[in-house]
Design a protein around this ligand. Structure first.
Ligand SMILES: *Cc1c(COP(=O)(O)O)cnc(C)c1O
Length: 388
């Protein structure tokens, strides 16, 4: 019945999940799976985290929604907590990753419109990028398979080769209002931006008075071992889009701007009915408190090193792995074999992993994953690889 009534937008596994605890998720038949997908980098604190449950229970019994025509305490607290931990100044709240990017693009267009340069509206984006499914985000998503059936997309966009400084230089000029980059392309296959490329982007944006936007929807919120991904690259963007892990499973997104970018919007320019609602923001505060004050992010690098060492060992033992990529707990395994089939083999052995790009399998464990959970997941992975 569900199959008949749910719109046909995803290729789904034949399983219905019903509950989860920590790194484990359970289907309706009672089977237990090790979850290294985490709702695609969303459940940063695992399933059924007590701090998140408490925040939802407490806040929902007080106030869930009041409208952005009024202030509420959780949105002020969450904005304060985010700003205390970055180099920026203002936050706009929304409900998802694509909306966080839409806001960033609108800020860029508004910023360009305030310039003395005429038609300063060009958005530069990267080949193999992924920024979301709404028309604006899709228009700067550099993958033909996502764009091809939805043209015409928004105008004033220009694609450049990721990590190609010369191509970037050729295309950034005074008509450009923003350059948008994922510090690590998640969907595109765990492609890491070079520091040289990000520095060049920063310099060109300064030179031509354009905004540098980082899409940290997947790689932000501690996944790389720092709350914000840009800190790992020592390049500070003007605008940062975050979502996925910010609510630890509850829908919320945010666009963060520095002083240069935050003056662009004035009342009436942008909005969101649900954005900044007290419930989502109370959850966001609980998540950040765990991640930052609870020391969870501090342990990401150590866990990453442990996983990578085991993966390297597996790589050397069997001829199936080509390369191990990624930073922190955003780990990509480039395979010499079909990734879709590989993910299904893992699924059959009760490990959830997800593909990225054409030949990469992603490991996205919760950031509070334990060593026994890691070992369980990697034992299954090794069993699958040894069979291949
Ligand atoms: C998931 C993702 C998005 C889109 O987020 P949604 O919440 O699905 O709209 C945008 N950018 C990146 C880098 C993502 O990984």
């Amino acid at each position: 019945m569900e199959e008949n009534n749910i719109m046909n937008t995803y290729g789904r596994y034949d399983v219905t999940f019903e509950k989860g605890l920590g790194c484990k998720i359970y289907d309706t038949e009672g089977n237990e799976y090790v979850d290294f997908v985490s709702g695609v980098a969303v459940n940063c604190l695992g399933h059924s985290n007590p701090a998140i449950i408490k925040a939802i229970t407490t806040q929902s019994s007080k106030l869930m929604q009041s409208s952005n025509y009024y202030w509420n305490t959780p949105h002020k607290l969450l904005a304060k907590k985010l700003i205390e931990n970055c180099d920026h100044d203002k936050v706009f709240f929304c409900n998802s990753g694509t909306e966080a990017i839409e806001s960033a693009l609108k800020i860029a267009r508004k910023y360009g419109s305030l310039s003395t340069t005429k038609d300063k509206n060009v958005l530069i984006y990267m080949d193999e990028s992924f920024h979301g499914r709404t028309m604006g985000s899709l228009s700067v998503t550099g993958q033909e398979k996502y764009q091809k059936d939805f043209r015409p997309l928004i105008g004033g966009t220009q694609k450049v080769q990721f990590n190609d400084v010369e191509d970037l230089k050729k295309n950034v000029n005074d008509k450009v209002c923003a350059v948008i980059i994922e510090p690590i392309q998640g969907e595109g296959g765990i492609n890491i931006a070079t520091i040289e490329f990000l520095k060049a982007a920063r310099e060109l944006c300064d030179k031509y008075d354009a905004l540098l936007i980082f899409d940290e929807v997947q790689c932000g919120m501690g996944r790389l071992g720092s709350l914000f991904a840009y800190k790992k690259f020592s390049v500070i963007p003007d605008v940062v889009g975050i979502a996925k892990a910010l609510g630890g499973g509850f829908p919320i997104g945010a666009t963060i701007t520095n002083k240069k970018a935050s003056t662009a919007f004035v009342p009436g320019d942008h909005g969101s009915t649900f954005g900044g609602n007290p419930l989502a923001c109370a959850v966001g505060v609980a998540v950040l408190t765990q991640l930052v004050d609870g020391g969870i992010i501090d342990k990401v690098d150590e866990k990453s090193a442990y996983i990578k060492a085991r993966l390297l060992n597996i790589k050397e033992k069997y001829g199936v792995i080509d390369e191990i990529k990624g930073i922190g707990l955003l780990i990509g395994i480039k395979l010499k074999t079909d990734t879709k089939k590989f993910c299904k083999l893992c699924f059959d052995k009760k490990l959830l992993v997800i593909a990225a790009g054409n030949n990469v399998v992603r490991l996205l464990p919760p950031l509070n994953v334990t060593k026994p959970d890691i070992d369980e997941a990697l034992d299954i992975l090794e069993a699958v690889i040894s069979k291949i």
